[in-house]
Write a protein that binds this ligand. Structure first.
Ligand code: FAD
Length: 389
């Protein structure tokens, strides 16, 4: 079976690795370098928190399990970072929400517990004790983060070892179709690649790919920004969610900073949005806009005061309209398989397994029934694209 996977982010790479191992003749096409689109700008925290309802929580829990199992296959798995997630609130309505989420997750068998400031300081000695004053702190020990580019590299190496071809700088510009099937994928350089099955793993560009055969993927593309410090002499060893700022290590002493509040400002098209500049290849985010994030980070880790900011990245999050993954065949083009989701880092390896099974066997996997494109059928679903100035 000739399978063309469009996209070499975490999702396309995981699917390509699995399908190749199952014996498919796989070609991966990617406009950007592998892992260089949304996946490169991910907070990359693997978790299943608040991913209601239960089917979606289960999808993410399986994703976490698969990360542990996949890493265990190798002598060294430099992409896989355990250590858990520490998050805290200081009063206010979020404190009640925090307990509710913890109890909901515990009821699902997910590990999470209240811990003391003293326990936090044993895990993260460089946090300022004052930042934890009056804090209600929850620790989720089975969570962690993924160095996405290294994971993508490993997955594509796996795929190659089973015969897959990885073609970068390859922009898909259309399809040849025979009846209700795609017969070949057309590239910008004029070449064509024959396909029995085409997997649309183009992340935020999935709707554009579907449009080549007259379909629409009901999704939005919401911008997300992150700031990356240069090397700083502090120890931060896990995912940290403090009020107003999220942090994790990013390798080589760097720290990755994220804040949903800033992402929301961008969507409003005001304030910080002025720092977003459209470039030929996407968007850029002026690091001057990161001032509030850096201040909040330094209040938690004093060693982070006045860091060198190495870069800021902005990417579009691929988000299905109802926020659940869209996975499967199901458009009127019978051999086009769609895979669009947020939290793709958490879920990618499990998605790779079930998609690999479904495509190679030709039989629908029951587990995916809640995630089909067909759930939107008969509903008026506008596809909204975020417009940036
Ligand atoms: C700021 C931010 C924080 C996030 N935090 C988390 C988190 O903590 N945990 C989590 O699990 N998820 C998180 N996510 C979401 C997660 O990063 C995404 O779900 C995931 O990266 C999507 O991967 P993908 O492979 O679908 O898409 P992408 O990584 O965007 O890959 C798409 C691929 O398609 C290719 N492509 C596109 N168009 C074409 C074309 N025409 N021709 C050829 N190739 C094409 C691109 O080159 C690329 O290779 C976050 C996202 C953002 C932006």
């Amino acid at each position: 079976m000739k399978v063309v996977v469009i996209g070499a982010g975490v999702i396309g790479s995981a699917i390509a690795a699995n399908l190749s191992e199952r014996g498919a003749d796989v070609t991966v096409l990617s406009r950007e370098h592998p892992g260089a689109a949304t996946s490169l700008c991910s907070f990359a925290w693997y978790n299943a928190l608040q991913k209601y309802p239960v089917e979606y929580i289960d999808m993410n829990v399986n994703g976490m399990r698969c990360h542990a199992q996949y890493a265990a296959r190798f002598v060294s798995a430099p992409w896989y970072h355990k250590g858990g997630n520490i998050e805290w609130t200081v009063g206010g309505e979020h404190a009640d929400d925090q307990i509710k989420v913890m109890k909901d997750m515990q009821a699902f068998g997910y590990k999470g517990r209240l811990i003391t400031a003293k326990e936090v300081l044993a895990l993260e000695p460089d946090i300022a004790p004052a930042a934890l004053k009056d804090a209600q702190i929850v620790y989720y020990p089975d969570e962690g983060w993924i160095d996405v580019v290294l994971l993508v590299a490993r997955l594509l190496a796996d795929a190659r070892s089973f015969g897959a071809k990885i073609v970068t700088g390859a922009e898909v510009t259309g399809f040849d179709a025979v009846g209700d099937r795609i017969s070949a994928v057309r590239l910008a350089d004029g070449s064509k690649i024959e396909a029995d099955v085409v997997v649309n793993a183009a992340g935020p560009a999935a709707d554009d790919i579907a449009a080549y055969v007259g379909h629409s993927v009901p999704m939005t593309q919401e911008p997300g920004t992150q700031v990356y410090t240069g090397p700083v002499a502090i120890t931060i060893d896990r995912v940290i969610h403090a009020p107003g700022i999220s942090m994790r290590p990013d390798g080589g002493g760097r720290v990755c900073l994220h804040n949903h509040g800033i992402d929301r400002e961008i969507k409003k098209g005001t304030g910080i949005d002025d720092q977003i500049v459209k470039t030929a290849s996407g968007y850029s985010f002026d690091v001057k806009a990161a001032g509030p994030m850096l201040e909040r980070a330094a209040a938690v880790y004093p060693g982070l005061a006045n860091p060198v900011v190495e870069t800021a990245r902005i990417a579009l999050r691929p988000i299905p309209k109802d926020r659940w993954p869209i996975i499967g065949f199901g458009s009127s083009t019978s051999n086009l398989y769609t895979t669009v989701m947020h939290s793709g880092v958490s879920q990618c390896l499990w998605v790779g397994q079930i998609v690999g099974q479904e495509i190679s066997s030709g039989k629908e996997v029951d587990y995916l029934k809640s995630f089909r494109l067909s759930r939107f059928a008969g509903r008026v679903v506008e596809t909204v694209k975020v417009v940036h100035r």
